[in-house]
Design a protein around this ligand. Sequence first.
Ligand code: B12
Ligand code: SF4
Length: 462
Amino acid sequence: MKVSFISLNTFEPIDTPLGIASIVAYCKRYIQVEFRLFDANFHNVLEETTRFNPEIIGITSMTNDYKKVIDFAKEIKLSLNARIILGGVHISTLPESFQDCFDIAVIGEGEETFLEILQNKPLKDIKGILYWENGKIKKTEQRPLLNINSLPIPDRSIFHKNYFKPRPLPTNKLGIRGTIISSRGCPFKCSFCSTSNFWKKPRYSSPERTVMEIEDLIKNYNVEYIYIWDDLFTLNKEKLKETINLIKKKGLKFQAQVQLRADSIDEELLELLKELNVVEVSFGLESGSQKILNHLKSNTTTVEQNKNAILLCKKHGFKTSAAIIFGSPYEKIEDLKETIKLIEFLYKNGVHDISPFVLTPFPGTKMWELAKERKKVSNNLNWDLLDLYSSNNAYNPLLLDEDVDKKEFRKLIKKIGRLQKKFKTRILLEEIKSNPLDIAKRIIKKPKTAIKFLIKRSIYRL
Ligand code: B12
Ligand code: SF4
């Protein structure tokens, strides 16, 4: 049997779709199938899928890819007779948006469910799916959560080889970057985030399994820099210590980047991260206004804690980056001014980069419920409205309160844009300063490539 997976996300051509690799590894354990992944970062997906002519097509989708995914499914149906299976966070958090261009939707974790579809089990007996019967949508019983330690490590051989070519790293070198995610879920309930709703109970891989995956990245893909995508990799210090010990025992050499919550760090944790060779840490600081932070993070963190976390990381020599959210409901001009003050504080204290996002109500979040109450969203939306990066959405956030002065708001957003450019310029200058001879040599040898490297380095901030 021939099965192809489709990933249409082209946001950053450096982050592999790990969910698909996990499904592939799991299915390969039980059946022999020819799997291919057509990935819009590197393939002409429509053309190559048609040529491969699979019997089953599995498509992954986040919410902001959903329109593209629907268009693709409609188009591929014109040329192929394949069964089209949709999966991923969007359909799992909003099953009501299921459409008839798909034959089946997988809700939640895909490993067992996809295998059962490939094994041709009667659809009514497969837990965790939506499918069509006589023109009506049928929903089966929810699938129990998987024991993630029983899953094989993701099969990264399905990825295009360009994911593993050397790129500029935060360490000012060219190197190969890889990603892992060693847990599913998060115990917190931030109002803009669907993670706890999507993954349900938080589950963590054992240190042995995490290290096995790191070893695979290093030995089989020559990875030198690992982005650990876990929402809260550091939550369990004991597990972290065991992981570090195992890495040392195996002599695995790599550098890493992790995401942290400001209220979860202390000196001991940062020392452990040093031992793990973490170079950069990123935080979701979200807002400089305590009132807004309370709404966004359900009263769990203070602005002061956020600032202290930045200072502590600076003291320990980590590069830091921070995500900021603007355009939240209840946010007034004064709140946004507080956020601008926070960004200025970050710049002054050496934070490497910021990522400002417009508040977007994704399905499965409190913000989605509020957007529904305010009649801003529906199950059959123009999904481009939820594209964080369209400048139209940035200037007209969906959930901005009606009484906010739009002209003043736009002025402040432009100011955030100018501040962000200051970070980028500094990154570029630091890059040149840190390695002037090497960079001069590169510019003389290959001017175009060297300049592209520097700009990419400051824009992508790997
Ligand atoms: C890595 C990551 C990225 C990477 C790469 C994603 C990729 N190519 O897969 C990058 C950096 C590109 C990215 C970008 C964005 N991301 Co992101 N990202 C993540 C993150 C941290 C991990 C994803 C992951 O690998 N999970 C692990 C695997 C195992 O899970 P999975 O992919 O969901 O797959 C499982 C199931 O969903 C299902 N499944 C998935 N696909 C399929 C397909 C089939 C056929 C089947 C049967 C099953 C199936 O089975 C899999 C195995 O169980 C998640 C948070 C999280 N913890 O999941 C956010 C998350 C997916 N991202 C999110 C968002 C909002 C974004 C951004 C919009 C903005 C941002 N803040 O960065 C941008 C997208 C911008 C754009 N214009 O496209 C949201 C999505 C919300 C939504 N409803 O869409 C999440 C859930 C974070 C959150 N909590 O809000 N992201
Ligand atoms: S934003 Fe981070 S801490 Fe908050 S619920 Fe989502 S994953 Fe957890």
